[in-house]
Write a protein that binds this ligand. Structure first.
Ligand code: PLP
Length: 407
């Protein structure tokens, strides 16, 4: 008899963005005369940088001729891209990462979701709250949690990110085996200092734990004191995996390219207690279940590292950060405390009231869509996330409407 994975039944029935879409649709159907501005979902709005488009076109032309056509490529990614990544994203920052420690993929979402399957089912997982929901849901699906009771899954060690700790949780007193960290953070926009990340690396080394460091928003860091990679911290090579994505740095949300770094020095214990290479196991998994990213897409990703590509992607992030600054300033004028937005495209606003109530207020009175913080976890209650991913025109119009609605 065919039966289902019963762990899926534990997943919370309603999905945050589906709930939002339902309320927005109900509003727009009731008031078609009042168009809404969406500052909710974390998708980019600006087109691909010209350097990436040129590389995409050239590589597509190569595919049109027998002499230059390419079929299956290496599952881990082409050397031209892995070498550029190692050099520009890591070695240039003093982080020792080799090209063969990089696995190119079609998205950080898949990688952060899939990585847990190479680890034991009965691990103790530590996950921040609020959080990018993929970390939690994939562990629920894998059976690593009990049921959801009062908004929290039993068995997970939640790391509260609140105003009290500046939205950067410190390592807990108790041990955990697998720790998810995300900086710059989605949804709070908070960044972690060198000392804060060093405390996590130290924790992982003391407890033989593994850090999963999601740096999907790395390109928005402007403060020179903030590390861009976990591997800028001494000792991180032995305890951390890092995830990066081209989605936000170069607008690849619709093109799809990302990568995961697994240093060869990283080990985990087998059932007999012997240290085994995590890199070797992920390589086995990756080459069994994945057949590589499209060649033109990898060429487009490699163009990010050319002189023009670097200048264009920097300008792209600066544009969104300009939106973020306007949003922060507008929230300040309304007397609302917020974090994020200076090294991240998200602004986390402390609304001082129920987060869905504030969401409804902005939708109904300002026709602006934000994301209620409660959807990202219990600690998100009382907050909303405002995204800087939009045109300048829309951001300016939305802020004027919010100012009129919230007094
Ligand atoms: C924290 C975080 N990690 C990963 C992703 C997914 O990135 P990708 O588009 O590469 O799948 C997102 C996308 O919004 C994100 O917010």
């Amino acid at each position: 008899m065919i039966r289902l994975n019963e762990h899926y039944a534990k997943l919370k029935a309603s999905y945050l963005f589906a709930d939002i879409a339902r309320r927005v649709t109900a509003y727009t159907q009731a008031r078609p005369d009042r168009p809404v501005i969406r500052l909710g979902i974390g998708d980019v709005t600006e087109p691909l940088p010209p350097a990436c488009i040129a590389a995409l076109h050239a590589a597509t032309d190569e595919m049109a001729s027998r002499a230059t056509f390419r079929g299956y490529g290496p599952e881990q990614g082409y050397a031209f891209l892995r070498e550029a990544i190692a050099q520009h994203d890591f070695q240039a920052r003093g982080a020792k990462i080799d090209p063969d420690e990089i696995f190119v993929s079609d998205g950080a979402k898949c990688d952060v979701g899939n990585i847990q399957e190479i680890f034991a089912p009965d691990l103790r997982i530590a996950i921040p709250d609020p959080v990018y929901p993929v970390y939690i849901d994939t562990n629920v699906m894998a059976g690593r949690t009990g049921p959801n009771v009062d908004g929290r899954y039993q068995g997970i060690l939640y790391l509260d990110s609140t105003a009290a700790n500046g939205y950067v949780p410190a390592p807990p007193a108790e041990p955990a085996d697998l720790v998810y960290l995300c900086f710059p953070n989605n949804p709070t926009g908070a960044v972690a200092t060198h000392a804060q990340l060093a405390a996590w690396v130290d924790y992982a080394r003391r407890h033989s734990a593994l850090l999963l460091f999601d740096a999907a928003y790395e390109s928005f860091i402007r403060d020179p004191q903030i590390p861009h990679s976990i591997y800028e911290i001494d000792g991180a090579r032995d305890v951390a995996i890092e995830f990066r994505s081209y989605s936000k740095v170069a607008g690849f949300t619709g093109l799809r390219c990302a990568y995961t770094v697994i240093p060869k020095t990283l080990t985990a214990r087998d059932a007999a207690g012997a240290a085994q290479s995590v890199h070797a196991l992920w390589n086995r998994r990756h080459s069994t279940k994945f057949n590589g990213v499209a060649y033109p897409v990898q060429r487009a990703a490699a163009a990010v590292y050319t002189a023009e590509g670097r200048q264009q992607t920097r300008a792209l992030a600066d544009f969104y950060l300009g939106n973020a600054r306007l949003i922060r300033e507008a929230m300040g004028r309304l007397g609302l405390k917020c974090v994020g937005g200076d090294n991240a495209p998200y602004i986390w606003v402390n609304t001082g009231r129920d987060s869905w109530e504030f969401f409804d207020l902005l939708l109904n009175k300002a026709q602006v869509v934000c994301t209620p913080g409660a959807g990202f976890g219990r600690c998100g209650e009382g907050h909303v996330r405002i995204s800087a991913f939009n045109s300048r025109e829309n951001v300016v119009a939305a802020l004027a409407r919010i100012a009129a609605a919230v007094k």
